[in-house]
Write a protein that binds this ligand. Structure first.
Ligand SMILES: Cc1cc2nc3c(=O)[nH]c(=O)nc-3n(C[C@H](O)[C@H](O)[C@H](O)COP(=O)(O)OP(=O)(O)OC[C@H]3O[C@@H](n4cnc5c(N)ncnc54)[C@H](O)[C@@H]3O)c2cc1C
Ligand SMILES: NC(=O)c1ccc[n+]([C@@H]2O[C@H](COP(=O)([O-])OP(=O)(O)OC[C@H]3O[C@@H](n4cnc5c(N)ncnc54)[C@H](OP(=O)(O)O)[C@@H]3O)[C@@H](O)[C@H]2O)c1
Length: 290
C-alpha cells in the first residue's frame, strides 16, 4: 500500500468526537430515495482513513432496551486526502433508511442513517475506526480493476477512483471497469464525477438500471445480468492475471455474480468455486456486502 494501514484508532468506549462539515443531497428532491454525501471534520487527533476502509458511527440516544445504540459501519467515500485534499476530513455516502414495518405497516426510520442524513454543519458525531484492511487497492498501477457496485456500494469506488486518477503521482495504466446498479437514472450517484474519470484513464462504466431496463429474461436489470453480458471479456481479464475484483453493496447480488462466472467457467471445464477460492487466497477477489 505504500502507507501503514491503521485500524481501530478509536473504539466505541472512547470514540473520536468529530463534527459535520457539510451534508449534500446526491439525488433530486422529487425522488423517493434520499442519499447524502456527508463530510466530517477529523482535524483534532490522529484518526485517518484510506480508500476501502469503513468508519463506525455511534448514533446518539438509547435503543428500545435502554442501552446506547450500537455503532453502524459506513464505507469511506473519500480518498486518504479527503475531499478538501488536506487529510483532515472523511466523507460518507449514506442512504436514508425508511420502510413500512412488514407486520404493523408503520413507518420505520433507520436510526443511524437518519441521524447522518439529518446532520447539519457543526453537529457533533461520535466516530470509531478505521475498520478493515483487506478491501484495499493494489499498489501496482498496471493492475486491472473490476469494480461492481449497487447503490451506496459505489462509496469505496469513488474513493478508489479519486485516489488513482487525481492523487497518484504517476498515471494508473490498468483497465478499470465499473458495473453500477441503481433503481432509476435519477439514482445515479456521483454521475458527473464518474463521467470525468472516463477521460482521465482507461475507465469504463456499465450501468444496470433495474427499474428502467430489462434483462434478457424480461426481468429487472441487475449488475449480475450486465456481468453475464460481458463475461467473456471479464473472464479473459481475470485469467490473464493482475486483475483485482471488488464487489460492494447489497449482499443479494453475490449469488447472481457467482452464477454468471460459474456459467463461463464451466464452458472452459473450470469449477468456479475452486477458481474463486484461489482468487480470494491470492487477494484478487474482494467482497464487502451488507
Ligand atoms: C461494511 C459496511 C459498510 C456499509 N456501508 C454503507 C454505506 O456506505 N452507505 C450506507 O448507506 N449504508 C452502509 N452500510 C449499511 C449501514 O451500516 C446501516 O446498516 C444502514 O445505514 C442502516 O442503519 P440504520 O441505523 O439507519 O438502520 P437500523 O435502525 O439499524 O435499521 C435497519 C434494519 O431495519 C430493517 N430494514 C431496513 N430496510 C428494510 C426494508 N426495506 N424492509 C424491512 N426491513 C428493513 C432491517 O432489519 C435492518 O437491519 C454498510 C454496512 C456495512 C456492514
Ligand atoms: N430488508 C432490508 O433489510 C434491506 C434490504 C435492502 C436494503 N436495505 C437498506 O437499504 C440500503 C441500501 O440501499 P442502496 O441505495 O445501497 O441500494 P438500493 O437502492 O436499494 O439498490 C441498488 C440497486 O441494486 C438492486 N438490487 C436489489 N436487489 C438486488 C440483487 N439481489 N442483486 C443485484 N441487484 C439488486 C436494486 O434494484 P431494485 O431495488 O429495483 O430491486 C437497485 O437497482 C441500506 O442502507 C440497507 O440497510 C435494507
Amino acid at each position: 500500500m505504500g502507507v501503514e494501514v491503521a485500524i481501530n484508532t478509536y473504539r466505541p468506549k472512547e470514540p473520536y468526537k468529530g463534527k459535520a462539515l457539510s451534508n449534500v443531497p446526491l439525488i433530486v428532491e422529487t425522488s423517493p430515495n434520499d442519499v447524502r454525501h456527508v463530510t466530517l471534520d477529523l482535524s483534532e487527533g490522529s484518526l485517518r482513513y484510506i480508500e476501502g476502509q469503513s468508519i463506525g458511527i455511534l448514533p446518539p440516544g438509547l435503543d428500545a432496551n435502554g442501552k446506547p445504540h450500537k455503532l453502524r459501519l459506513y464505507s469511506i467515500a473519500s480518498s486518504r486526502l479527503g475531499d478538501n485534499g488536506d487529510a483532515k476530513t472523511v466523507s460518507v455516502c449514506v442512504k436514508r433508511v425508511v420502510y413500512k414495518h412488514p407486520e404493523t405497516g408503520e413507518e420505520v426510520r433507520g436510526v443511524a442513517s437518519n441521524f447522518i442524513c439529518n446532520l447539519k454543519p457543526g453537529d457533533e458525531v461520535m466516530i470509531t475506526g478505521p475498520v478493515g484492511k483487506t478491501f484495499l487497492l493494489p499498489e501496482d498501477p498496471t493492475a486491472n480493476l473490476i469494480l461492481i457496485a449497487t447503490g451506496t456500494g459505489i462509496a469505496p469506488f469513488r474513493a478508489f477512483l479519486r485516489h488513482i486518477y487525481d492523487e497518484l503521482p504517476t498515471p494508473w495504466l490498468g483497465k478499470v471497469l465499473l458495473f453500477f446498479g441503481m433503481q432509476k437514472s435519477e439514482d445515479y450517484l456521483y454521475e458527473e464525477e464518474l463521467a470525468e474519470y472516463t477521460k482521465k484513464g482507461d475507465f469504463e462504466i456499465i450501468t444496470a438500471i433495474s427499474r428502467e431496463q430489462t434483462n434478457a429474461q424480461g426481468g429487472k436489470m441487475y449488475v449480475q445480468h450486465r456481468i453475464a453480458e460481458h463475461v467473456d471479456r471479464l473472464w479473459s481479464m481475470i485469467q490473464a492475471g493482475n486483475t483485482y475484483t471488488f464487489i460492494c453493496g447489497l449482499r443479494g447480488m453475490e449469488d447472481g455474480i457467482d452464477a454468471a462466472f460459474s456459467a463461463a467457467a464451466s464452458e472452459k471445464g473450470i469449477t468456479w468455486s475452486e477458481y474463486q477460492y484461489q482468487l480470494k487466497q491470492n487477494d484478487f477477489w474482494h467482497v464487502e456486502t451488507y
